[in-house]
Design a protein around this ligand. Structure first.
Ligand SMILES: Cc1ncc(COP(=O)(O)O)c(C=O)c1O
Length: 440
């Protein structure tokens, strides 16, 4: 018997609100997943942000570690709730070598079980219940739950544009827009406490230029607003110099890690998030990190973070992986090549079918505009189109709801959740769907 009567008010709210609207269909699609020989009519789950492209190589590496090394005794005990020193040192070294290109002091890092947990705990410590976090739209739908369910922070979807082509030279997030949203938030009785940016961005694949990050950081510091940059897709970068797509970037933006600006300023209002879930394709390991020069924040994180901590066994394995620079060099290069191949396959199909999309610099996505197929310009129309695509092609994209963007009919295509052979078939089916829709 299903009864929620023994729950708190917030428990009831949680029981009623699913984390994502697409999970049931996703599990259905996973059960009936396409396979070249065994299930050629199967489905393509391209809605969950997973990177399945290079797991085999990482699996081999992890198996070699567990076969050749004795498990250290410390893994069976409690450790530092913010991450053991060996993982903090190995991660600092890894980040500075591959992503940030500035030294990262290990004491500025704190770990939790995935970026999800890091986002929740950081938000809990930086903002009070009822405060507001501004997030340029469209953006990662689950931010709402991460900052909302436990920290009690409101999400403000800042509309920086309407049409997809308005972001082809970068996300037009300006100081004017921030000033306007600040006034609006304050007049509603809340505080603009945090600005959250994702670069490369989920879902658009855009990146912020160094100049833009500098202006935003200055404005946030002046207004005592925490600026947090999520670089969870920092190494999932597309080779934009590839001749097939080079012309899609007439004014190329150079990726600069926010950690570089942080190292120069060392300001308590600037923070950085990272996780191994995407660049390493290990979302199941649940390892994410906060980097901040705000000592109180790191201290509070350690004191309040025990329920979010990462298993010591996982910390040990990851530390061993991160110590092997030869492996990392090869792995990151192979992953970026595989990701670029997937990206080319998807955008080739979109270009052929004349579907507008945003040229991506990185992430696991392509953000595409399918609004011409909406039967109704509403949330319902958008949901119906998403289902129609699934029912007629077997391809499950991420539904547009929850990204917070005002225009209807835009969808996120995850390019790394199926292998290249399957992606080729998925794109053929998608082209056929488009042709059929245009002819009816
Ligand atoms: C922008 C962003 N942040 C955080 C997460 C969650 O990451 P994790 O699996 O490390 O909790 C995701 C996953 O899709 C994401 O896209």
């Amino acid at each position: 018997m299903k009864s929620n009567h023994h729950l708190s008010k917030r428990g009831l709210k949680a029981a009623e609100k699913p984390l994502r609207v697409d999970m049931d269909i996703y599990f259905q699609a996973m059960e009936d997943r396409y396979h070249h020989y065994t299930n050629p009519e199967g489905k393509f789950p391209m809605n969950v942000a997973e990177n399945q492209l290079c797991w085999d190589a990482l699996k081999e590496k992890i198996q070699a570690i567990t076969k050749s090394q004795e498990i250290p005794d410390w893994v069976s005990s409690y450790g530092d709730p913010a991450g053991v020193l060996s993982l903090r040192e190995a991660s600092a070294h890894f980040l500075s070598g591959y992503l940030t290109h500035v030294p990262i002091p290990p004491e500025t890092l704190a770990f939790s079980s995935g970026a999800t947990s890091v986002i929740e705990l950081t938000s809990f410590l930086l903002a009070d219940h009822g405060d507001t976090a501004v997030i340029p739209a469209p953006s990662y739908p689950v931010y709402s739950a991460d900052i909302g369910v436990i920290p009690g922070i409101k999400r403000y979807n800042l509309q920086t544009h309407h049409e997809i082509e308005e972001i082809k030279n970068g996300i037009p997030l300006s100081i004017e827009l921030l000033e306007k949203s600040k006034l609006e938030i304050e007049s509603s009785g809340s505080n603009f406490r945090m600005l959250i940016l994702t670069t490369p961005d989920n879902p658009t694949g855009s990146i912020y230029s160094e100049d833009q990050l500098n202006h935003l950081a200055d404005w946030c510091i002046k207004n005592e607003i925490h600026l947090i940059v999520n670089e969870i897709y920092g190494l999932s970068r597309i080779d934009t110099s590839n001749p097939e797509i080079k012309e899609d970037y007439p004014n190329p933006i150079h990726f600069v890690s926010f950690a570089q600006l942080m190292a120069e300023r060392r300001n308590p209002y600037l923070h950085f998030w990272y996780s191994f879930s995407k660049d390493f394709g290990i979302s199941g390991f649940r390892v994410g990190l906060l980097h901040s020069y705000n000592e109180d924040l790191i201290g509070g994180y350690r004191n309040a973070g025990l329920s979010h901590s990462v298993s010591n066994y996982t910390q040990w394995i990851l530390t061993e992986v991160l110590k092997d620079r030869i492996f990392l060099d090869a792995y990151i290069e192979t992953n970026q090549k595989a990701l670029t191949t997937s990206y080319l396959m998807v955008v080739r199909c979109l270009k052929k079918s004349e579907i507008p999309f945003n040229p991506s610099y990185g992430s696991l996505f392509v953000w595409a505009d399918l609004s011409e197929f909406l039967l109704e310009n509403s949330d319902k129309g958008q949901h119906d189109l998403w289902l129609d695509i699934y029912q007629h092609s077997g391809i499950l994209f991420t539904p547009g709801a929850g990204f917070g963007h005002q225009k209807k009919g835009l969808f996120r295509l995850v390019i790394s959740s199926v292998d290249h052979q399957a992606l080729e078939v998925a794109m053929e089916r998608f082209s056929a769907y488009i042709t059929k829709r245009r002819n009816t």
